[in-house]
Design a protein around this ligand. Structure first.
Ligand code: DSN
Length: 451
């Protein structure tokens, strides 16, 4: 057999060959991957923690950098062959610092959960006290939940929201002064109002605590000035890159005015400790291809188009919150000030039933606990709606009302049998599914259209 000696010279050659080989040699996997693209086109995603990355970011994540082992940081590697890796990581760091106005940026964490583990493990000793927002009240697993390392290795004290769903800052202060935590964690996964980072810092300073802000859900709003920034208010800020930054699955660690100050009780500065927290303490070689994709996303996040996207996210949240209220659903916290709307469901319809029934009709949401919750986390009494994907469909106010109206009509037709089982007439379900699909066609994902 004649050997083809022509090299695949660049990224485009590799991707073209890879896609052709996948189709020809692994049709089973190729079919599933294609089906996922179709699913994303044909369903309305109202998931608060996701969006569609730009094709160029996808392409960067599938680069030849995946072949390079590169323990260490730019210029200080434990492996040779890192000249391009160093350039990529330095670019990502520079863009992260510029986008957020940070003095320090670490771009190697595989996710925000990893970033939180890395920060905590570097700044706390096992058994130290942390004060974080309770999961039930909108916090994150890594903010002290007993089912995670953060609840198992540290003495986790939890704060929550008032019955109206607003962070109870007075309670946070009381808890901080009573327990004197080593660290206070602020930031949330299901909280629709502005987080007062300056007030958290005041409390942290009064209690002698370090402040960590996790902005995974609101990073795009922070980056574009639509939510106050914690970069200089908190000692350390973490975020993932995939929820609101249109980036790959991954994490960032950032620090502002405290970056080059000594960590209380330790000999090193925050920036030095944070670098070491990732490698060698918690991670080995970084996923450099994902760092390239982070660089691509961070570059886009500085564009006027991204700013306009964030504006649409906010406007869509206002429209959808009002539309749910017009259908007499309670919006927890009274309104949305970011991209999240937390809805309290009515009667016997649980979060689990609503999530499942809506999915069968082509609408993707998350069940979520709500303040005063009486049901378990696998059942719940609420829905968490996010507007990131809707804003990528450039949905207008009329479209927002149509989507909310469809959600409410579906929920009206569901008959619960118990907390997780229900009936929905198949003919109606099919009608609803076609209506959701029609909305998808009317409002396509702009980034996934041909030029
Ligand atoms: N943190 C979870 C969420 O908000 O959906 C998963 O990333």
């Amino acid at each position: 057999m004649a050997v083809n000696t022509e090299q695949l010279k660049n990224q485009a050659d590799l991707l073209r060959r890879g896609l052709a080989d996948l189709r020809a040699e692994d049709a089973e996997l190729a079919r599933i991957l294609d089906a996922e693209v179709t699913r994303q086109h044909r369903t309305l995603s109202l998931v608060s923690s996701s969006c569609a990355v730009k094709p160029r970011t996808l392409a960067a994540s599938a680069s030849a950098l995946v072949n390079v082992t590169a323990e260490g940081t730019p210029g200080r590697r434990y492996h040779a062959g890192c000249e391009n890796v160093d350039l990529v990581e330095s670019l990502a760091i520079r863009r992260a610092r510029e986008l957020f106005g940070a003095q320090y940026a670490g771009v190697q964490s595989h996710s925000a959960s990893s970033a939180n583990y890395q920060v905590l493990s570097a700044l706390l000793e096992p058994g130290d006290t942390l004060l974080g927002m309770a999961l039930d009240h909108g916090g994150h697993l890594t903010h002290g939940s007993p089912v995670t390392f953060t609840g198992a290795y540290y003495k986790a004290i939890r704060y929550g929201t008032t019955s109206e769903g607003l962070i109870d800052y007075d309670k946070v202060r009381k808890l901080a002064l009573a327990h004197r935590p080593r660290i206070i964690i602020c930031g949330a996964t299901a909280y629709s109002r502005v987080v007062d980072f300056e007030r958290f810092r005041k409390i942290a300073d009064e209690a002698g605590a370090i402040l960590l802000a996790d902005i995974s859900h609101i990073a795009g709003l922070v980056a574009t000035g639509r939510h106050p920034s914690p970069i200089n208010a908190a000692h350390v800020t973490t975020t993932c890159t995939h929820k609101q930054l249109m980036g790959p699955r991954g994490g960032l660690i950032l620090s502002g005015r405290d970056a080059n100050k000594k960590v209380p009780g330790l000999k090193s500065t925050f920036s030095r400790i944070l670098d070491q927290a990732v490698f060698p303490r918690m991670q080995g070689a970084p996923a450099v291809n994902m760092i390239a994709a982070k660089a691509a996303a961070l570059g886009y996040a500085m564009s006027p188009e991204f700013d306009a996207y964030m504006e649409r996210i906010r406007n869509t949240a206002d429209e959808m919150a009002s539309a749910f209220q017009a259908h007499e659903y309670e919006v927890v916290g009274g309104r949305s000030e970011n991209h999240t709307i937390l809805i309290r469901l009515r009667g016997a319809i649980t979060g689990s039933i609503a999530e499942s029934a809506l999915e069968r009709c082509g609408i993707i949401v998350n069940k979520n606990r709500v303040p005063g919750e009486t049901r378990s986390s696998s059942v719940t009494s609420g829905l968490r709606i996010g507007t990131g994907s809707m804003a990528q469909r450039h949905i207008d106010p009329l479209g927002c009302r149509q989507v909310v109206d469809l959600v409410c009509r579906i929920l009206d037709k569901v008959t619960p049998l118990n907390e997780q089982k229900y009936t929905l007439e198949p003919a109606l379900q099919e009608q609803f599914r076609l209506q959701a699909e029609a909305l998808c066609t009317m409002y396509p994902i702009a980034d996934y259209m041909e030029h």
